[in-house]
Write a protein that binds this ligand. Structure first.
Ligand SMILES: C[S@@+](CC[C@H](N)C(=O)[O-])C[C@H]1O[C@@H](n2cnc3c(N)ncnc32)[C@H](O)[C@@H]1O
Length: 281
């Protein structure tokens, strides 16, 4: 939904011409289907497979979840405010013989149960993306992949963006390309942690300031305090480095499991220690 006329209002006006008839409050934007080539790219970028449960918020005719089920053997659910579109999508699922793995429900996106989601797909207007962000970060497990057609979360930058050429879209919008954005939901590491190297006495404290998949912070031990560098999260996988005191840097990697982190310390390629951290209440 990129429009040469530039404004969201303009986009809405243009899209309204092709919206279905049901009179519902589409706070996430009108019905505009994602071109099939872009659907394919979204599922590819999210590496969707048979183990995945794909949820499309604002699912329209259901094409994203239906494609995930037919091409990638995934299961899933679509949620749309428009009952006609929900009926259409459920009818397609029955016709394709995949109604046991895929279902569509008429619901506002904010009411959607995201507990089984491993991949979330979106093609919703920017205002809705911002409004949804807190729910997604609260409800989705670390490591869940989110893919969005064209629109982003503003402050939460995508981990990856792929641009896809698509003729189908040109006919509607006058634009040849779609952006497919990918985010991996990060674990929450904000706050203070007590950190120790396995088998060593003492230890120290990590103070982390998190901004989505990036973080800054300090490592303090005794009277020495150093800044963390390159703090990054990919789902529950965390990494950062600290100066080692010999002109080199030690690279910490680990896996976050709620209030605990377990991992390894490397200098260059060599693992020199294991470490663990527990959250300071
Ligand atoms: C741009 S279309 C995307 C359709 C589909 N996801 C796709 O990519 O082909 C947006 C869809 O969101 C639905 N929608 C808008 N606001 C919604 C809301 N608050 N709750 C649920 N669905 C909503 C619309 O009915 C429409 O079908």
């Amino acid at each position: 939904m990129k429009f040469p006329i530039g404004t969201v209002a303009g986009a809405m006006a243009l899209c309204a011409q092709i919206a279905l008839a049901a009179d519902v409050d589409r706070t996430g934007g009108p019905y505009v289907p994602t071109p099939q080539s872009v659907v394919d790219a979204m599922l590819e970028v999210a590496s969707v497979g048979p183990e995945d449960f794909v949820v499309d918020l604002g699912s329209g005719d259901g094409r994203i979840v239906l494609t995930a089920a037919t091409k990638h053997k995934a299961s899933g659910m679509g949620v749309d405010i428009d009952p006609d579109l929900v009926d259409l999508a459920n009818a397609s699922a029955r016709k394709l013989g995949i109604a046991d793995r895929v279902r569509f429900v008429q619901q506002d996106v904010f009411a959607a149960d995201l507990s089984r989601t491993t991949v979330l797909t979106l093609y919703l207007l920017p205002g809705m993306m911002q409004s949804l962000r807190p729910k997604l970060l609260a409800d989705l497990k670390p490591g869940t992949r989110i893919v969005s057609h064209d629109f982003t979360f503003d402050l939460w930058k995508p981990d990856r963006t792929v641009t896809v050429e698509t003729e189908e879209k040109y006919e509607i919008t006058g634009i040849w390309t779609s952006d497919v954005h990918l985010w991996i939901v990060p674990a929450t590491v904000q706050g203070a942690w007590r950190i120790t190297r396995v088998g060593e006495k003492g230890g120290g404290r990590l103070d982390i300031r998190q901004g989505f998949q990036h973080f800054k912070g300090r490592f303090s031990s005794g009277d020495r305090t150093v800044e963390l560098k390159d703090g990054h999260l990919e789902g529950a996988r965390l990494s950062f480095s600290v100066p080692a005191g010999n002109g080199r840097r030690e690279m910490f990697t680990g896996t976050v499991d709620r209030d605990q982190i377990l991992g390894e310390v490397r200098e260059g390629e060599m693992v020199i220690a294991r470490w663990s951290a527990t959250r300071v209440p």
